[in-house]
Design a protein around this ligand. Structure first.
Ligand code: LAC
Length: 313
């Protein structure tokens, strides 16, 4: 058996395949792509495998419909579910995707009881709740990917406006993965210089809006959800866990009183390592920023409550 990390990706659609491609490019571990549609995971795995000699990557990529092949994965990424189209919000997917995510998480968790789970399906934070319940895992091994993507979008738009490299921008988005997300403008910096000292109020407002609408704007062109940047954002989390790097990344993490909230998965910066979500970082928010964060989290609470209610019926 290979000593490399084993990474299962459930859902071989656009997002799953893109994540697999970035993971292969970084040589992070062997990938198992799983999908319910026979032929899709096998075909994508073969296509990706044929790129390995070009990438100089030694990993293996296999495609299957059988969860037995995912046994003892270190990391399981859940991208399965319906995709948002132009007329939909992420919340419109709640009913269908809670059934899909619950079902696939139960199967994956049974074969990999010690894995770290990364949830990507929408509506994101509610799906992390579904996955936490379906897996029965301790909460630190269940996380959601949204903050890495939203923060990458935020950083990109800042770099564009500031005329600097994306590498020199430090910025984070917290809260829900919806248009109510909270890009923290005051705390964003370009090599230590605060954004309000570099850009005008109008420029900052424009960046916040572009970030909040980042996913929607891609949909308006493609008529389907974004997948290249989402795949890269998944890779960022997988890399931190696989390499035990302790990177501080914005992820959907379970709050135990941090930021004044309890019992909720929401987007906050956290240390990621071999044990999954190892520590939540509490940023020094102003009253206004904290209120915006709470309002954003109220949206998550509402979606979770409507899922809980459906479960009862
Ligand atoms: C987006 C989807 C992945 O934000 O939610 O593009």
């Amino acid at each position: 058996m290979s000593k490399r990390k084993k990474i299962t990706i459930v859902g071989a659609g656009n997002v799953g395949a893109s994540a697999a491609a970035w993971i292969a490019a970084r040589n992070l571990g062997d990938v198992v792509l799983v999908d319910i549609v026979d032929g899709l995971p096998q075909g994508k795995a073969l296509d990706l495998s044929q790129a390995l000699p070009i990438l100089g990557s030694e990993i293996s990529i296999t495609g299957t419909t059988d969860y037995a092949a995912t046994k003892n994965s270190d990391i399981v990424v859940i991208t399965a579910g319906k995709v948002r189209t132009e007329s939909m919000t992420r919340e419109d997917l709640l009913s269908d995707n809670s059934k899909i995510v619950g079902g696939v998480v139960r199967q994956a968790a049974a074969y990999s009881p010690d894995c770290a789970l990364i949830i990507v399906s929408n509506p994101l934070n509610a799906m992390v709740h579904v996955a936490a319940e379906a897996s029965g895992f301790p909460k630190h091994r269940v996380m959601g990917m949204a903050g890495c993507l939203d923060s990458a979008r935020f950083k990109y738009f800042i770099a564009q406006a500031a005329g600097c490299s994306v590498e020199d921008v430090d910025a984070v988005v917290i809260g829900s993965h919806s248009e109510g997300m909270v890009p923290l403008v005051r705390l964003a910096t370009v090599r230590g210089k605060a954004l309000p000292e570099i850009l005008s109020k109008e420029q900052m407002k424009d960046i916040v809006e572009k970030t909040q609408q980042g996913g929607k704007q891609v949909i308006s062109f493609l008529k389907t959800s974004a997948y290249i940047a989402p795949g890269a954002a998944i890779m960022e989390m997988v890399e931190a866990i696989a390499a035990d790097s302790k990177r501080v990344l914005p992820v959907s993490a379970f709050l135990h009183g941090e930021y004044g909230l309890q019992g909720l998965f929401a987007g906050v910066p956290a240390v990621l390592g071999a044990n999954g979500m190892e520590k939540i970082i509490e940023l020094p928010l102003t009253k206004e920023e904290h209120s915006a964060f709470l309002a954003s989290c109220a949206e998550i609470q509402e979606t979770v409550a409507s899922w809980e209610k459906k479960k009862m019926n």
